[in-house]
Design a protein around this ligand. Structure first.
Ligand SMILES: *Cc1c(COP(=O)(O)O)cnc(C)c1O
Length: 394
């Protein structure tokens, strides 16, 4: 990076932020595929290991390509520091391991990503941390769930698959009042559409696997926040090892460069599809915060610059009908992934949210007739035509 990146516009930061050329003067960012680094002599090695000298020692600790991705994403989120992780789940885990201990309590939105919920319910509780789930958009429920030992509030907005919207400013006020860390999973919006730190969140977590990659190739994640908080996350990562590989960091670094144009195109396609589905006789309800009658529409307009690429809808006839729609499409990819150039379709109740109890699923509104579409970048004419094939099978 030749110029002070804080003086550059967001689109420029996404393309040029966080990169220092190596002595080879490469134009495209270099990929440093190396597990370790050599030292000039034994005395220097000792200095690196005792932290008297700062530098690369081992890629579980630092790697130049991973560092570039971290610096670029931190600048895009307007956070001080970013710590890259092996997956989105590793990002959430690292935050939990860094800041919680036995006896602590977490308040979490009930419709967080399925694995986040399984991690909390099955594993975090094993270490004496308790979790209370609340409806994402119900501020009173958040307030009354707070206990004297509440150390963290965790939410995801917009939610998956219902596109519910959290009031980030109000939630951060509740967190501050109760001395809890406010953590926001910003996977669905990316910093292009929403910057939770600017609304008072303490920490942002990402699954870079989704829109940051953008083409469904690599797994990865990231945590962003103040230098002080990130130091603790780095400590866990270095000791425990869920670090991001240099190869994946390189893919994500390139992904960030096209993120804005992709997010705008995903959002435009999704908005067009949501409107079309809303008028479709076989569709009973559409969930997309871009629709004016969606409960979170005004809030989304306030804190997001667009509505993102995920649209969910219901058909009559429960699971059988939903499966029939899905199986009658020809082009859409039947996969749980999202944030890909290719449009994906999935039945949440029997896949992404299948591990939840039926009560938890019902509370999150994930009924058997619900279908989620993560709208890609194909021509909207072809996406609609394929879904029409599916819906006309009913
Ligand atoms: C996919 C996803 C995750 C988990 O990320 P992985 O990279 O699959 O571990 C977390 N949160 C949200 C919102 C996701 O969509």
């Amino acid at each position: 990076m030749d110029k002070d990146s804080s003086k550059l516009q967001p689109d420029t930061i996404a393309i040029r932020g966080g990169y220092q050329r190596s002595h080879e003067n490469e134009h495209s960012e270099a990929m440093f595929l190396t597990s370790s680094y050599v030292f000039e002599n034994a005395a220097t090695a000792a200095k690196y290991f005792s932290n008297e000298l700062q530098g690369n020692v081992y890629s579980r600790y630092t790697n130049p390509t991973v560092r570039s991705f971290e610096q670029r994403l931190a600048a895009m989120e307007e956070g001080e520091q970013c710590v890259a992780t092996a997956s989105g789940m590793a990002a959430a885990l690292s935050v939990i391991m860094a800041f919680l201990q036995s006896g602590d309590h977490v308040v979490c939105s009930q419709d967080v990503f399925g694995s986040t919920r399984v991690m909390m319910d099955k594993y975090i509780t094993k270490f004496g941390v308790t979790v209370t789930y609340v409806p994402l958009a119900n501020l009173d429920a958040w307030r009354s769930a707070i206990q004297p030992n509440t150390k963290m509030m965790f939410c995801e907005t917009p939610s998956n698959p219902m596109s519910e919207i959290a009031d980030l400013e109000a939630l951060s006020a509740i967190a501050k009042q109760s001395d809890a860390l406010f953590v926001v999973d910003n996977c669905f919006c990316t910093p292009v559409l929403q910057k939770p730190l600017l609304w008072g969140a303490d920490i942002v977590v990402h699954s870079a696997t989704k829109y940051i990659d953008g083409q469904g190739r690599c797994l990865g994640g990231a945590v962003v926040g103040s230098a002080e908080l990130m130091e603790q996350v780095v400590g866990f990562l270095r000791a425990a090892g869920p670090t991001l590989s240099a190869f994946n960091a390189w893919v994500f670094l390139k992904g960030l460069e096209t993120l804005r144009v992709r997010m705008q195109a995903h959002s435009a396609n999704a908005a067009a599809l949501a409107e079309w589905l809303n008028a479709h006789p076989k569709v009973t309800k559409v969930y997309y915060a871009g629709l004016p009658d969606h409960a979170g529409h005004e809030l989304a307009k306030k804190q997001q610059s667009d509505f993102g690429g995920v649209v969910s809808f219901c058909v009559n006839g429960g699971q059988e009908a939903a499966w029939q729609v899905i199986d009658s499409t020809k082009m859409l990819s039947l996969t749980a992934n999202l944030g890909d150039t290719k449009t994906t379709i999935v039945h949440p109740a029997t896949t992404t949210h299948g591990r939840l109890s039926s009560e938890a699923r019902a509370a999150a509104g994930i009924v058997d007739g619900l279908i989620r579409v993560a709208v890609g970048l194909e021509d909207i004419i072809d996406i609609k035509a394929d879904l029409e094939l599916g819906l006309s099978a009913l």
